[in-house]
Design a protein around this ligand. Sequence first.
Ligand SMILES: Cc1ncc(COP(=O)(O)O)c(C=O)c1O
Length: 411
Amino acid sequence: MNFKFWSQKATSGDKRDKVAPDFSYLPHDTYYFDSACQTFRPQSVIEAESAYYREYNACGGRVKYPWGEIVDEKVEAARTTILRFLGVSTKQYSVAFTLNATYGINLVLQQIPATKYRTIITSDIEHNSVFLPTITYAKQHQLQRVVLERDHEGNLLYTKEQLAQAIVVVNVTSNIDGRSLNNLKQLADDIHEQNGLLLLDCCQTIAHHSELLRDVKYDALFASGHKMYAPSCGFIVITRALLQELEPTFLGGGTVGDVMENDYQLLMAPHELYSRLELGLQDYAAIIGLDAAIKWYEGFRYEQKNAQQYETMLSEQLYTGIQTMPYLKIINTQSSPVVTFYPERVDSHMLAMYLGKQNIMCRSGFFCCHYYLKNKMKYPPLLRISLGLHNTSEQIDFLLANLKYLLEVAK
Ligand SMILES: Cc1ncc(COP(=O)(O)O)c(C=O)c1O
């Protein structure tokens, strides 16, 4: 590959100033396209997080001095914001905060008593964070494990019989190409009719397609703060019924009402059941930042568009641009804030490295979907471009121009 003459930017221009002040701290020539991994944090989120450290740096759930009470209030407010944002009943569901979504999935799955279930089901396009815990759970409990296919629209392909007493763990939106679980409502009804459980990986859903979750009866969902403009953290939204069903094996400070020499009593009040998943001190600054991030997202307005409308506009621009690009194979079949492809004449990692030289940051590899991308589809390492609300159409033009240039000169 000869990049010798590739020294000038293919285009220039940056409308980021207009999207800011939310991201005004970013250096001017930042072309970040890896929001599917983690988004940037708007200024208001950074401020909410740092206010905790500066103004009331106390632990939650344990202390009676004023700073601790502020923390408790703010953490409760974050739980309420999440449930309100998702439109679910506070009587039926609880929120627990965790390290990240991966930790949350493992934490819940590991504590589900296997005796009630016959099968654990997942899909072929899952992130390793779902794929691997379902393997370990099946091995540990000698349960049958089934990997179902998803079609190009994202529908899970299943028969009702397969769902009998099954624990189903699937993503609602793929981190490969954004395809969504369009038959989610029907799936939830069918699973519950068959006495199964539905656990949803919503890492790529909350900041893009939260409407998919409306009126869906899931047993638990898992998400990452860092993929929705919040600090690094995870959260679990879980029914009180499932919380009661868990057999807690991860215990410690914050989880018990009383402790005897050889026994303990868990906190039992319905509004405290989440404590079974919040062992030890939490990242209070991140939780408070998460609350600020959801409010920021809800209030987002740019070019007379809300967050979803703005992102849809950028996604269409990106998808159209990639579709017409020479010498590459695109995985997406529709527009999405996440677009994945592989170049025909150059290694993806090398392409990502060269794009990086122009400050264009996008991902290369298998995006933690090794089973599907590497072993089932046998693709070479791929390139993924993922959008966030800090991006502008000028940045996409710049990316497309540079990508086109590199694909053309690659030999
Ligand atoms: C679809 C999906 N599931 C799970 C994860 C893991 O999320 P976390 O980093 O919060 O553990 C990711 C992260 O990229 C993801 O995209």
